[in-house]
Design a protein around this ligand. Sequence first.
Ligand code: C2E
Ligand code: MG
Ligand code: MG
Ligand code: MG
Length: 289
Amino acid sequence: AAKDAGKGQYATYDPELDERANYDAQLGAELRLAMDRGDFRLVFQPVVRLPDGVTVGAEALIRWHHPQRGVIPPDEFIPAAERTGLIVPLGAWVLDEACRTAAGWLHEQGATRSWMVSVNISARQLRESGFARRVAAALHTSGLPAARLMIEVTETAVFDSRAATESLNEIAALGVAIALDDFGTGHSSLGLLRNIPVSVLKVDKSFIDHITHSTAEATIATAMVSLANGLDLGVVAEGVESAAQARQLHLMGYRLSQGYHFARPMPAAEVGELLAAQSPESADSNLAA
Ligand code: C2E
Ligand code: MG
Ligand code: MG
Ligand code: MG
């Protein structure tokens, strides 16, 4: 902070911080307006079983339909929403909307298949007191059974936070599954597995990208699936873009994957059709092991 800086240092004015504060204030105001206008939408990316591509779940991903700038991806506004705290109401909307949508799929098809819907949760949301109650309310209002919901958190969101760990324990007690997202890219990956009630590891795309042409990369991806299998956790390979990757992942022992090779994020109705088109007996595998 400025008062800690020594004499003669220009610490009272940091143009970068100033710019970010302005940027956040502006974007924050726009996000608020967009929430009021209902300019956010969810798309859903199927999570599929290897090797046959049967859909076992879908991840909700937010999109901002900006009246002038068109569709804006989450990486361009989620960080500012986190810094301004707007992620709390926005994330609550995502949770409600995803549960409502998934309850609709269930209603269309009956409960014979074991798919799950997953929702990304930010550190800020997880640390908010009463977050687990919010999850319970989303389930109650939508009628979605707890066993159909998975929340995705990053290692970094949970690391070193008692509040986050408490939220996760409460959420797990509801019967909701917890996935560690972008697994391997955050802090303390392995220690965390002992301390929080995780049921699925989502291996980050960066560990999948080079498995077909790098022995070292293949070794790491193999170690991750063996860790998950040994701990009896589900494991999803993220960002699978080619048939060669899918084949190799299957040989390595991966049973679940997500990526453009199988399906891109799509509107809710298309996921509903995918689920409806699958025969009940083909979807016997469970995302959350
Ligand atoms: P994530 O949770 O790791 O989601 C996976 C991202 O990878 C998605 O990007 C998805 O479209 C993209 N992806 C999936 N398969 C492939 C592939 O084969 N190749 C490539 N290149 N990309 C692939 P998206 O939708 O742009 O989301 C980016 C990140 O934004 C998400 O990463 C998540 O961290 C965050 N996010 C998205 N929606 C929400 C939300 O509702 N709430 C919060 N807090 N964060 C969200
Ligand atoms: Mg995710
Ligand atoms: Mg991820
Ligand atoms: Mg990610």
